[in-house]
Design a protein around this ligand. Sequence first.
Ligand code: HEM
Length: 211
Amino acid sequence: MSETTRPRTLPRYSASERSNHWVVAITFILLALSGLAFYHPAFFFLSDLLGGGYWARVLHPYIGVVFFVCFAVLALRLARHNAWEAKDAQWLKHFPDVLANREEHLPEVGRYNALQKALFYVLVLSAVGLLLSGIGLWRAWFSLPVGVVRAAALVHAACAFVAITSIIVHIYAAIWVKGSVRAMTRGDVTWGWAWRHHRAWFRQMVKGANE
Ligand code: HEM
C-alpha cells in the first residue's frame, strides 16, 4: 500500500501497555488451562502444559501471583477510562442495535463502550476473588482451618468460571469487531474504526491533535 492510500491511524495503546496486556493474557490462559486440569480428570491432560500434574500444582499459584500483579497494574492504568457514565446505561439499552450492526442509533461511545466497562469491573472483582481464595488454597505457604480451605475452593471455582466466561466474551468481541486486535498488537487503530465504534473518543483525539 502506498503512503497516500494507507489509512490514517490513532494511537490507542503504548508498547508498555501492550506488553502488560499480553503478559496478563498469557498467564491467564496458563492458569485457566492448568486450573481446568485440577478441576476434572477429563481435563487432566492439560497439566502437561506446565510439565505434568506435580509441576502444574507447584507452578499454578506462582503464575497466579504474576497474573494478579500484572493485571492490577493494567487495571490501574486503564481505570480512569472505564468510569461509568449515564450514556453507558443508554448504550446498554440499545444493545440489540449493537448486535444488529445498527450503530447509528447508539449514543456516541468514548474510549470504551458499556460492555467493555462492565467486563472490566467483572474482571477486577473476579481477580480479587481468585487471589484471596487462591491464598486460602495455597497450603505450601498458608495453613488455614479446613472449613476455610473448603469455602476457598468453592469461591475459587466460582470466580474462575466468571473470569473464563468473561474472557471468552472479551476474545470473541475483539475478533468480531474487525480492526480491534491491531490495537493490542500494533498499538493503533484506523480513523474508520474509531469513527464507527468510539466516535466520542475519535472526536476528542482528533481535536487534541489539531489544537
Ligand atoms: C488471547 C486473548 C486476548 C485477546 C485476543 C485480547 C484482545 C484485546 C484487545 C484487542 C483489546 C483492545 C480493545 C479496545 O481497545 O477497544 C483488549 C483490551 C483489554 N484486555 Fe484483552 N485480550 C485477551 C486476553 C485478555 C485477558 C486474559 C485479560 C484479563 C484477564 C484481558 C484484559 C483486557 C483489558 C483490561 C483491556 C482494556 C479494556 C478496558 O479497560 O475496558 N485481555 N484486549
